[in-house]
Design a binder for this molecule. Structure first.
Ligand code: ATP
Length: 492
């Protein structure tokens, strides 16, 4: 049914942002007061799409896995957690200001953009050499060297066009606040910059109470906060966002094969939700984080270029070992088969719910041409997988009289306990179809006079615009199968 449509790409980021706002997906935070930079709210349709993505991830990473369980840790954690994890000392971005435009930039991003320019100009080897040099300087914390490199590469402020740069400074991305009622007694604590540490500090609790045997994993979805220096590109880089992370604990020496396993699994996930394989790619890290042995990003082709949506990291025993050292509590696993104690190694998969949302949304918004010759018509649709769509079926009586609304409402009441439905009787049927296309509703159910006679309805398919006649009694089952998350999980 869905095949006849041809697609013409593509939308720019500004089109994505305005569509997301106009159709109730994403609003700027506290917009009444002109918004708050890099913070966004999800609207009535956005929250459904985001929840569906989170639920799918949760099911794929826990229910569908033999040896992964989930937890829900707090945002506030003991401050020593962040000392052990390295975030207090090393969770910095190098920033630089242009004195003429007063604009602030991430020094590493200026150099990365230059490297991309080399690649586009047909001299990728120059870009690679530049990235190597940047990694070397950052590793050595040689910030003056980073500034010299920016000058040597003739990098100018895109706004002022000058090279009037300040020194490069390190900026810690963690937000802090206080716990305690009296200011003098209050302890500084941080809003977690990642969910992973909530998993590490609960490793022993879960392993013991769940009688978990290595290899096993712990998954979590939750908010994280980063005081990003440059916040732009909509929900791609926010100061408050959600992460979906899984730490997989393995026997030391087996981390290579598990790294490959999760690298492949996570790519399958992104393809299964409907992202075209050509819009996804791996990107191996040049500069490894302080904890990592190997790291790869899964990147999506956003309207502003290929950018990270998920990271897969081989973290060794870095985190558990530091927590053991700083807490003074033994964090070890006794491996029956080896008759040996060790600190497990960790493979992490870490995807941002908001970036996944944005990728899914960018991928889905398209113009399709249906019909041929004089019948050909261009329509904009949100081509979401039916299981991810905010509304699964819209029930639309053809007219507002002759008992059609009552018939439609009865169908709506019966179906809405099965999946998310919408009922509307206002406006022409064409206008109502269009509105549903724009929010991604896969099925529109039109109730007409024939429905009163033989209890059948017309089901219109979003992508092809084609219609079929179905008995009302078959709707719950026929549509239900196609809009269930299980239909995606089976393909993983
Ligand atoms: P970037 O290099 O883009 O800053 P990162 O490498 O710091 O990202 P990780 O620390 O690996 O990101 O975090 C894992 C995932 O969390 C990222 O792949 C991304 O999807 C999400 N994420 C990280 N920072 C943000 C942010 N500021 N806004 C939205 N999502 C984010």
């Amino acid at each position: 049914m869905e095949a006849q449509a041809t697609t013409t790409p593509t939308f720019e980021l500004k089109d994505i942002i305005s569509h997301a706002k106009e159709y109730g997906f994403v609003f700027p935070s506290s917009e009444l007061y002109d918004g708050l930079q890099a913070v966004y709210d999800y609207g009535q349709n956005g929250v459904q799409l985001k929840n569906n993505l989170k639920q799918l991830w949760w099911k794929a990473m826990t229910q569908a896995q033999q040896s992964i369980v989930g937890i829900d840790a707090s945002i506030f954690m003991h401050p020593l957690t962040w000392k052990a994890s390295g975030h207090v000392d090393a969770f910095n971005d190098p920033m630089i200001d242009n004195k003429d435009s007063k604009k602030r930039y991430r020094a590493d991003q200026l150099l990365e953009t230059k490297a991309e320019a080399y690649a586009e100009a047909g001299t990728p080897e120059k870009g690679t050499a530049l990235l190597h040099e940047m990694a070397r300087l950052l590793d050595a914390n040689d910030l003056a060297g980073v500034r010299d490199l920016i000058l040597a590469e003739d990098i100018r402020c895109p706004i002022s066009g000058t090279k009037n740069w300040t020194d490069v400074r390190q900026f810690n991305l963690m937000f802090s606040t206080q716990v305690g009622s009296v200011a003098e007694d209050a302890d500084v604590i941080y809003l977690r910059p990642e969910t992973a540490q909530g998993i590490f500090v609960n490793y022993l609790n879960v392993q013991k109470t769940g009688r978990m045997k290595i290899p096993f994993g712990i998954a979590q979805i939750g908010k994280a906060f980063r005081n990003e220096i440059v916040a732009r590109q909509f929900t791609f880089r926010m100061r408050e966002f959600e992460q979906m992370e899984m730490q997989f604990f393995v026997r030391p020496g087996t981390e290579g094969e598990w790294y490959d396993h999760w690298k492949e699994q996570r790519m399958r996930f992104h393809q299964a939700i409907g992202i075209a394989p050509g819009h996804l790619r791996y990107h191996d890290h040049e500069k490894l984080a302080h904890y990592a042995k190997a790291a790869v990003d899964v990147e999506y082709k956003f309207p502003f270029g290929f950018k990270e949506i998920e990271g897969i990291h081989s973290r060794t025993d870095f985190d558990l070992k530091s927590h053991q050292e700083l807490s003074g509590k033994k964090i070890q696993y006794f491996d029956n088969e080896l008759n040996q104690n060790y600190i497990p190694y960790v493979i992490e998969t870490s995807v941002g719910a908001d970036r996944l949302f944005l990728a899914t949304f960018c991928e889905a918004l398209k113009t399709v041409v249906t019909g041929e010759g004089e019948q050909a018509r261009e329509r904009t649709i949100l081509d979401l997988h039916p299981a991810l769509a905010p509304v699964k079926a819209a029930i639309l009586p053809l007219t507002k009289k002759d008992g059609l609304p009552e018939k439609g409402e009865a169908i709506y009441k019966a179906l809405r306990t099965e999946f998310e439905c919408y009922f509307e009787e206002k406006d022409s049927i064409g206008k109502r179809y269009t509105r549903q296309d724009l929010i991604g509703t896969p099925f529109c159910i039109a109730v007409d006079h024939q429905s009163l006679e033989d209890d059948t309805v017309t089901v219109r398919h979003r992508n092809s615009g084609q219609q079929e006649r179905l008995p009302i009694a078959a709707l719950a089952d026929t549509i239900g199968k196609q809009v269930s998350l299980t239909s995606i999980l089976r393909n993983l």
